[in-house]
Design a binder for this molecule. Structure first.
Ligand SMILES: Nc1nc2c(ncn2[C@@H]2O[C@H](COP(=O)(O)OP(=O)(O)OP(=O)(O)O)[C@@H](O)[C@H]2O)c(=O)[nH]1
Ligand SMILES: [Mg+2]
Length: 476
């Protein structure tokens, strides 16, 4: 352990104590982390969750909403002054306006505080009447799941990371450009910036193509979501094989190694210290249907990424992370397959089983030290209606919605998910190229035009159950 690390850890500890004391004497705060890989559905989830907590007419499975224990809900200024605010109003306007559309992609951390006034025991409770309502603040933090994958880098030095990454290139589409570029480079040659930039550009391209093709584990995460760090040295490196003879000072390999270490120190660590270490409850959103549609390799990649992501919630996984956490741990982790409105409800249980199987794999390696975990299939914003169609004497359970590409109403029969998740996960693990029997369809539906009654939030599937799991115990 370096002295610098120790000092960092201690400051955090003191801040942590101050925060928990003020919270105990004043109003309790629950910090809810919402993560998932890019396009998993984080922005839509947070927007719809907040809208449905403000107007609770569609939240019967959230007990505190059904019982009337939540007296009121309102948005308040967030406590963190330097974190961008989650743009709830703009996202909600996009999803529920007169020309509904999906919100834009978001590329960084953002935060929103929702405060709930709760009367313990609900309406008419004697206890509630005596003590009066109390306020609970829910701080919702949206952050890219790619950043969690970077935790794995903390255990690896440059040579190990490069060997792992290079070893995986041939399993993925889009690496050709980078492989060709590598062929013309001697890692032991003296460093020059143009070569470094060229390699980083080709490598980033390969990561983006793999990501587009449905692959999940595309580290370093910040290469895909560079934000204001684009073009800086911490994002201008690439994996190189160890040069034959040695790694002389001033060589390309050495400088790449130095930048990789800088990325760990100056990008990965601050995120875990400033954001991750403060989370109380976590939802991990997963576009499982998207990966199933993309094929077995994408499913296997997703499984690995999920194991990696959930590994971040395993105490003791990493020495420096353990110190930042100071014994604090995430109390609940919800693992949710999003966009379940692409399936007829008759298949939702199967999607849930697939999520459970994916989660089990991660759990086998760790029990998350007592954190309460659950897997669900949800749709934060339901864009379809169900429909059963007859064709040549067979009936098909379809969903119907407005197709994004044409703007026309279309019915989709997505294919039948297997009852036993192993029928998907095993071929994926065995490296199959395609699914043996059948294909799984995904279509991009636009959000439906809504007419909401007073007191109703946007339509969803099981968002209330997700909220009950994540927050229910704190609202009683
Ligand atoms: N049908 C349906 N589609 C959804 C739902 N949630 C998300 N989507 C689709 O998934 C896309 C991504 O959703 P976002 O919420 O923007 O995902 P994100 O995780 O915030 O994505 P990034 O900000 O790019 O990381 C949307 O544009 C929709 O096409 C849902 O509940 N139902
Ligand atoms: Mg987003």
């Amino acid at each position: 352990m370096r002295i610098g690390d120790l000092a960092d850890g201690m400051t955090r500890g003191v801040e942590g104590i101050a925060a928990s004391v003020s919270e105990t004497f004043m109003e309790p705060v629950v910090r809810l982390g919402v993560t998932g890989l890019s396009r998993a559905g984080k922005t839509v989830f947070i927007t719809s969750l907040v809208a449905n907590l403000l107007d609770r007419g569609r939240m019967p499975q959230l007990r505190a909403a059904a019982s009337g224990a939540i007296v009121s809900a309102y948005l308040r200024p967030q406590p963190d002054n330097t974190v961008p605010r989650f743009d709830y109003e703009a996202h909600l306007a996009a999803m529920t306006g007169s020309e509904p559309h999906w919100p834009d992609s978001t590329r960084a951390v953002s935060e929103l505080r929702l405060s709930l006034k709760v009367r313990p025991g609900g309406l008419g409770s004697i206890f509630g009447a005596v003590t009066g309502p109390r306020t609970i603040h829910v701080d919702i933090v949206d952050y890219p799941g790619e950043w969690l994958l970077d935790l794995a880098l903390m255990d690896k030095d440059y040579a190990e990371w490069a060997a792992d990454t290079l070893g995986r290139l041939d399993q993925r589409p889009g690496s050709e450009g980078f492989v060709a570029a590598l062929g013309g480079v001697d890692p032991g040659a003296p460093f020059d910036e143009a070569t470094a930039q060229m390699l980083a550009a080709r490598f980033t391209e390969a990561l983006n193509i793999a990501r587009e093709a449905g692959f999940s584990d595309c580290t370093p995460g910040r290469f895909l979501l560079p934000g204001e760090m684009a073009g800086s040295p911490v994002l201008t490196f690439a994996p190189l094989p160890v040069p034959g003879g040695s790694t002389p000072r001033g060589s390309l390999w050495r400088e790449m190694e130095r930048r990789y270490e800088a990325y760990k120190r100056e990008v990965v660590k601050p995120f875990f210290r400033d954001h991750f270490s403060r989370i109380d409850r976590q939802v991990v959103l997963v576009d499982a249907l998207g990966a199933i549609h993309a094929g077995p390799r994408a499913v296997e990649d997703l499984r690995r990424a999920m194991t990696e992501i959930l590994g971040a919630f395993r105490p003791g996984r990493n020495a420096w992370l353990t110190r930042f956490l100071m014994g604090k741990r995430v109390e609940k982790i919800l693992f949710a397959a999003t966009k379940a409105d692409h399936l007829h409800h008759s298949q939702h249980a199967r999607l849930t089983s697939i999520m459970q199987a994916l989660m089990k794999d991660a759990r086998r390696r760790a029990d998350f030290a007592g954190a309460d975990t659950a897997a669900m299939a949800i749709a934060a914003l339901r864009a379809t209606v169900e429909e059963t169609r007859e064709q040549r004497g067979e009936s098909y359970d379809c969903v119907r919605g407005t197709l994004m590409s044409t703007g026309r109403q279309t019915a989709l029969y997505p294919g039948e998910l297997p009852e036993d998740p192993a029928l998907l996960l095993e071929p994926a693990r065995d490296g199959a190229e395609d699914w043996l029997d059948g294909d799984y369809q995904v279509m991009h539906f636009a959000p439906a035009r809504l007419t909401l009654k007073p007191g109703e939030g946007p339509p969803h599937i099981r968002l209330d159950k997700a909220a009950e799991f994540l927050l229910g115990d704190r609202l009683r």
